[in-house]
Write a protein that binds this ligand. Sequence first.
Ligand code: 13P
Ligand code: SF4
Length: 331
Amino acid sequence: MSALSTVPMVDASEPADAAALIAEINRLRRERNAVILAHSYQIPVIQDLADFVGDSLGLSRQAATTDADVIVFCGVHFMAETAAILSPDKTVLLPDLDAGCSLAASITAEQLRAWKAEHPGAVVVSYVNTTAEVKAESDYCCTSANAVEIVESIPPDREILFLPDLFLGEWVRRATGRDNIHVWLGECHVHAGIVAEDVERARAAHPDAELLVHPECACGSRCLLDLQAGRLDARRTHVLSTEGMVRHAAASDAEAFLVATETGVLHRLRLQAPGKRFYPVREAAVCNYMKMITLEKVYRSLRDMVYPVIVAPEIAERARVAIDRMIAVGR
Ligand code: 13P
Ligand code: SF4
C-alpha cells in the first residue's frame, strides 16, 4: 500500500497561503532540527526556502556532513536514498514518494547483474541517477560533475560498464578517448528531448549567447562533434553539470547564455548571476517528477514526518562504497 493513502492531506483548517505555509515550515524545521535540501530543478519557492540548493554531488555532500536530525529532501527518490545511505542515523524525508526518475528506472539490479555476467572483470560506473540496489552492484558512482574524472581514475586497460545514461556515457567516452567503455542505453525523458535542432534554433535567435549543455542532453554528442570539427566555438560552448553551469555563468564575461537542461536551473542562474540573460534551449524541458514537491507537501512532510526513505542495511553498506568514491572526487 502506498504511504500516501495513510496520511491525511493538508486540509482547509491548515495554513493555505504561501507566507503562512513558509512560516509554519520555518517553525517546524527549527523544532525538528531539520535541514531542507533542494535540487536546482525544484520550483523557485522551494529553492528559495531551502537551506542548501545544488546539484546531485553537492546535495550528497551536504547530506553526508549535516548535523541536523532530519533531512527533508526536495528532489527525487534516488537522491533521498543516497542521503539515507550517507546519513543512516538521520531521518530522511521525501515529501512525495511518487517523485521518481525515468533515468533511474531504466535499469534494474537484475539487469545489471546480467550485464556484468557478460563482461566478467569489468569495472561498473553508475551515474548517481540509479536505485540503491543498482548502486550496490556498482564499483563507482559518479555525477555529471565528476563522471570524466572518475573514469580517468580507472586504469586504461580495464573494461568499463557505464550506466544508465547513453548520452552521458557517449560524452564520457569522447571526453576520455577510451574505447573500452560499454554504455547502457538508458535516457532521461527530459534531457533526451533536448535535440540538436533546439540548439540550432536557440543559437539563431541569440547569436551572442554562450551555450551551456548538460551532458544528459541528446544534443550533447552532436555538440562535441561540432566542437571537434570547429563548427562550434570552444570558448563559447561548455558541457557542464547544473552546478558547473551556475559557477561558469557567474564567472564568465558573457552577458547571455543558452541553457540546455531542465528549466528549473534558470531560477538559480538568474539569482547567482544577476543582470545576465538566460534562455532555455527548450522551454518544454520540464521534469514532472522534480515539480511534484510543493510548499504544501514540504509542510506536511515536516508536520507528519513523511515519507521516510529507508534503505535496507545490506544494500546500503554495499552502495556506500561506490557513493563514497563519488563524493571524494571533483568540486
Ligand atoms: P546534476 O544535478 O548532477 O547536474 O544532474 C541533473 C539531473 O538530471 C538530476 O536529476
Ligand atoms: Fe530524472 Fe531526468 Fe528528472 Fe533528472 S530531469 S530527475 S534525470 S527524469
